[in-house]
Design a protein around this ligand. Structure first.
Ligand SMILES: *[C@@H]1O[C@H](CO)[C@@H](O)[C@H](O)[C@H]1NC(C)=O
Ligand SMILES: *[C@@H]1O[C@H](CO)[C@@H](O)[C@H](O)[C@H]1NC(C)=O
Ligand SMILES: *[C@@H]1O[C@H](CO)[C@@H](O)[C@H](O)[C@H]1NC(C)=O
Ligand SMILES: *[C@@H]1O[C@H](CO)[C@@H](O)[C@H](O)[C@H]1NC(C)=O
Length: 478
């Protein structure tokens, strides 16, 4: 116990991957997995990085493989892990509220306003974006936050009118021979408004293409569009269009900028589609600061390390919500028991790399909670925390059997939630461990599959084939 309490790094535990059949109360057979609590190593990473750039990359069979780290990796020493874990949940709720209002605005303004007036990227809260990779832009390595909900890739640029603190030197286009400014009269500049919602403003002498993206919470980036040589795991992308941000504000955790993996023409996925075929995938590691996952650009499935076959579901196309990745959630099962709820297979369900906790329609969440509590019975309860209302005190246990959670999507596709994605540790000593899913306020809001339930899963976005695949994988970068 004392060891657990003094240790620092959360969420490292070992797991027995084989499903077990357990017979609680001698009545039903529920499918369960073992979550071992006694192997937690709450330790700070051994050396605090002075740079965020230690992530590696390589090329393999036509794909670029980039090492992916949790953002905590480059935010330095974490003094209070409990506070860190709790703050993350509160910020997550803010992200979801703003995503929902962005969706409402998009739908309601559509009929009476041209698409160009809809601020497609406003409303995302950057503080909660969690994973970083390193890319080489203009012959300089830079660590950037990965976001499937953003379009434009941008980095902070010198000379800065205002830049937040970043760990690595700020990009200086004036000393890069391959940098070119995008001119205001170009078609690229004119199409900017379709991608990011705000039309460009022309600079004078030179007539630069100036952009502005606000993220709703006061975070923003403003600057000019440029073209640069981008190098992703030794794959060269010439004339890559990105934002050279001269005036930026927000909590970006020391990263140099952001990588936009959204669906518009401007996103990195679209700009590299001739090379990578419009396919990317990620595998998010189950632990915080030290563990690695990977972001793979390109669809050569032989480079994945998946342990189960990939199963694909079609993305729902919604003209109103064309910038989101939407899926058709048809069911959820807990310990092999299928939940009954009216909101399955209705509307779309957004899959997001930036939201932490999955948000379900109230009727689905209620059914899930009831079934989970029924199967995970006999453990001492703990108070709820923020958006999480089903909590336990597991500090007296070495290991627990937890019901297997599966999400089902149209096309007989399933996402088997990793055993590390079922409980969120509000307290590092496991005295307050909560079911890591939450309810939306209203039945008709858009559901969101958060990144906590995507850990140790290869999630494949095939934007050309308009389908999304899942396979189990123990994430790493090797
Ligand atoms: C960027 O990092 C990679 C991997 O560490 C290294 O091989 C490459 O030389 C670096 N590029 C530059 C321009 O420093
Ligand atoms: C855009 O403006 C530049 C000079 O400002 C000019 O040289 C170029 O021809 C113009 N391009 C187009 C497509 O009008
Ligand atoms: C979701 O899939 C179900 C079953 O195939 C289908 O009946 C339903 O119409 C689909 N919903 C949407 C929004 O596409
Ligand atoms: C949690 O459970 C442990 C062991 O059963 C107990 O000693 C401790 O007081 C409990 N903590 C809280 C906050 O209830």
């Amino acid at each position: 116990m004392a060891e657990l309490a003094t240790a620092l790094l959360p969420l490292i535990f070992s797991v027995i991957l084989l499903p077990l059949l357990a017979i609680p109360n001698g009545v039903h057979c529920f499918e369960e997995k073992v979550l071992r609590l006694q192997k937690f190593q709450w330790k700070q990473q051994s050396s605090i990085p002075i740079s965020c750039l230690s992530q590696k990359s390589r090329r393999e069979k036509g794909s670029a493989i980039l090492e992916m780290k949790h953002r905590d990796y480059c935010s330095g020493t974490i003094k209070d892990w409990n506070e860190n874990l709790q703050k993350r949940l509160i910020l997550d709720d803010i992200r979801v509220l703003s995503l929902q209002s962005r969706i409402k605005n998009t739908i309601s303004t559509r009929s009476d306003a041209p698409k160009t007036e809809i601020p497609l990227t406003s409303g995302i809260k950057l503080q909660t974006l969690n994973y970083i990779v390193t890319m080489e832009l203009g012959n300089r390595n830079m660590s950037v936050i990965v976001d499937t909900g953003s379009e434009l890739t941008w980095v902070q640029c010198q000379p800065c009118r205002s830049c937040y603190n970043q760990k690595d030197p700020i990009f200086n286009p004036s000393i890069s021979p391959s940098y070119q400014s995008v001119l205001c009269n170009s078609t690229t500049c004119q199409s900017l408004q379709f991608s990011i919602g705000n039309s460009a403003v022309c600079g004078s002498a030179p007539p630069t293409c100036n952009y502005a993206i606000g993220y709703g919470d006061g975070s923003y980036t403003r600057g000019e569009l440029g073209r640069e040589q981008l190098n992703l795991g030794t794959t060269l992308v010439n004339n890559f269009i990105f934002g050279c941000g001269r005036n930026n504000r927000g909590l970006f955790g020391g990263a140099s900028g952001l990588m936009g993996l959204g669906r518009s023409d401007l996103s990195l996925v679209s700009q590299t589609s001739a090379i990578f075929g419009g396919v990317f995938s990620y595998c998010l590691p189950s632990t915080e600061a030290e563990a690695s996952g990977s972001l793979i650009l390109g669809g050569g499935s032989s480079v994945y390390k998946n342990s189960t076959p990939i199963s694909y579901t079609n993305m729902i196309s919604s003209p109103q919500l064309s910038s989101f990745y939407l899926l058709n959630l048809t069911g959820i099962s807990i310990g092999g028991v299928a939940l009954q709820a009216p909101s399955f297979a209705k509307g779309g369900c957004l899959i997001d790399s930036g939201t932490v906790i999955t948000r379900l329609a109230p009727s689905i969440y209620r059914a899930l909670r009831t079934e989970f509590v029924k199967q995970f019975s006999g453990y001492p309860p703990a108070p709820s925390f923020s958006i999480l209302d089903t909590c336990f005190n597991l500090s007296g246990y070495q290991e627990v059997n937890i019901p297997i959670m599966r999400m089902h999507f149209e096309g007989n596709t399933q996402l088997n939630v990793d055993v590390t994605g079922v409980f969120y540790f509000v307290k590092t000593d496991a005295s307050q461990v909560c079911l890591a899913l939450a309810s939306l306020l209203y039945e008709d809001e858009i559901m969101i599959i958060g990144n906590y339930q995507q850990k140790n899963i290869r999630v494949i976005y095939d934007t050309k084939g308009s389908k999304l695949g899942f396979a189990e994988e123990t994430c790493s970068f090797v």
